[in-house]
Design a protein around this ligand. Sequence first.
Ligand SMILES: [Zn+2]
Length: 96
Amino acid sequence: MIEGLFNEMELCDLLAIRKELLNGAPVIKQALDNRIRQEKKKHEKTCSVCQSTIDPASASSYTLIFGPEDFMKKASFCAVDCLEYFLKRKINVRDR
Ligand SMILES: [Zn+2]
């Protein structure tokens, strides 16, 4: 996956990345953290329950982030009904 990214890059960018890595890569780490933070805020493209397309501008779209910090999962819902269904299913699994 990362190798595929390198195939798309120009030589000057590759050299800049190599230099960054030799310096402990603080700029890359910062840029990655910023991108990860942005991605975490976004809704997924489809509802985890009914698979309908999520409207990112809708006030009734919800996204749940759960799990351990280094292996977080994200689930989006088109409406509170789908969020409720998802949580009830989780609660049922937990209570078994
Ligand atoms: Zn839904």
